[in-house]
Ligand binder design. Structure first.
Ligand code: GLC
Length: 433
């Protein structure tokens, strides 16, 4: 089994953005509060002083993830603000020095592994706290353009030593990690600027099976050299798409598929935001997950726990609803990839071996017309949720009047099989001859 196989089979994971920004919780800001509002370090310090997640219970987080059907998780060990959720020997700016006194990364890893999930850590390359991370001319740093940092005497190499040492800690002190998720590169801070060759070599030596994302050289908006015929040594193992699901499978110039993952928020931000009620709902996430799998990608759905350590109730509800769909229809997700192109009201297809799954997101009036597959190619058709047959019609008005289409009788079963929450994805499993 190649080391990326588990990831391609898993298809669905949980992103967790958690840090001091769960305390600031600013609308329209989230984890970018310090940058967007140009908060100086002295003012940001209050969030460190206030950080006290008394309800933090990673066992319940892990259970929520597993019950939603997720197979892996990625927690922000350090986001751009620089605060570390782990007990690093190289900084005081860490969770063990807050009221909580806990190594949150370690507890998360223990709990998620115990629940049978693969574990990943997000690590921000960008650091708005470290004194050697350039501020004055940086486009994002909270102190950009500030007179007080004009003649800053920072030594980026010293920052890189720090960053490499922390990555070494994470890869050494926390057991087997399945994935490292770097974030992010931009002009002047990309690829070799991070001393990426040495970094990747060290990581692979310490954690031979670990998967890396593409952002040692890519921003959120780019996919990196994985899509070229000459990937760099730090191109990573999968491309991390942001705020978009690629319109088609990602491929190299010679047509070989590229592994990718799209991350998505449940409301409008990654970090917890008080009063952000723009919840998308389970149906939207299910359709997006299916869309990803139909193009050979993974879906990493984010939860932003609040300052006390709780998942927002709306997020938990969404996870439960996705979970009930996954229990019935997970067979069309796990281990599946793109299916052949057929058309039935713009449905998506996923496939595994001889099984072709039609994801019917708009229910028809009468039998479902499917273009692109002939009746004689289908050995058997059934609804994945209930197992009820979806008869392939061989006679009748529809068949006579509309040659070129295959008609599947979803009958009343369609309505019955719709989950109570109105999730609009009825999966028809076709066993092909
Ligand atoms: C962006 C943002 C960051 C978020 C990430 C998730 O790079 O800077 O806040 O963590 O995307 O993909």
């Amino acid at each position: 089994m190649s080391k990326i196989e588990w990831f391609q089979n898993a298809r669905f994971g949980m992103f967790i953005h958690w840090g001091l920004y769960a305390v600031s919780a600013r609308p329209g800001r989230g984890e970018w509060h310090a940058s967007i509002d140009r908060v100086p370090p002295e003012a940001y310090q209050k969030y460190f002083d206030l950080f006290d997640p008394t309800d933090f219970d990673p066992v319940s987080w892990a259970r929520d993830a597993r019950q939603a059907g997720m197979k892996y998780a990625v927690l922000t060990a350090k986001h751009h603000e620089g605060f570390c959720l782990f007990d690093s020997a190289y900084t005081d700016y860490k969770s063990t020095n807050t009221h909580s006194g806990r190594d949150l990364v370690r507890e998360y890893l223990d709990a998620f592994r115990a629940e049978g999930l693969r574990v990943g850590l997000y690590y921000s390359l960008v650091d708005w706290h470290h004194p050697d991370y350039p501020a004055y001319e940086d486009p994002f740093h909270p102190m950009r353009g500030s007179e007080s940092r004009k003649n800053e005497n920072c030594d980026f190499n010293r920052y890189l030593d720090y960053m490499h040492a922390q990555v070494r800690e994470l890869c050494t002190n926390y057991g087997k990690l399945d994935l490292l998720w770097f974030d992010f590169s931009y002009e002047g801070h990309t690829g070799a600027d991070w001393r990426s060759a040495g970094l990747v070599e060290m990581i692979r030596a310490l954690q031979p099976d670990i998967l890396l994302n593409s952002r040692l050289e890519a921003s959120g908006g780019e996919l990196g050299s994985l899509l070229t015929s000459k990937p760099t040594p730090w191109a990573g193992d999968f491309a991390a798409a942001e705020q978009i699901i690629p319109p088609a499978p990602l491929v190299m110039p010679d047509g070989r598929p590229v592994c990718w993952e799209a991350c998505q928020t449940m409301n409008d931000s990654f970090g917890y935001v008080e009063g952000d009620h723009a919840w998308k709902g389970a149906a939207v996430h299910i359709q997006q997950l299916v869309d990803c799998v139909s193009k050979g990608g993974n879906y990493l759905l984010n939860v932003g726990p609040d300052a006390k350590g709780n998942f927002p109730p709306e997020a938990r509800r969404t996870l439960r609803e996705i979970g009930s769909w996954m229990r019935q229809n997970g067979g069309s997700i796990y281990g599946c990839g793109p299916g052949r192109k057929v058309d039935a009201f713009g449905c998506r297809t996923t496939a595994k071996g001889k099984k072709l799954f039609l994801h019917v997101m708009h229910l028809p009036v009468g039998p479902l017309p499917v273009a692109g597959i002939r009746p004689e190619e289908i050995q058997y058709a059934r609804l994945l949720s209930t197992g009820a047959e979806a008869e392939v019609l061989t006679s009748g008005w529809a068949v006579q009047n509309y040659p070129g289409y295959t008609f599947l009788n979803l009958g009343q079963k369609a309505g019955e099989a719709q989950p109570a929450d109105g999730t609009a994805d009825l999966v028809v499993e076709l066993t092909l001859r």
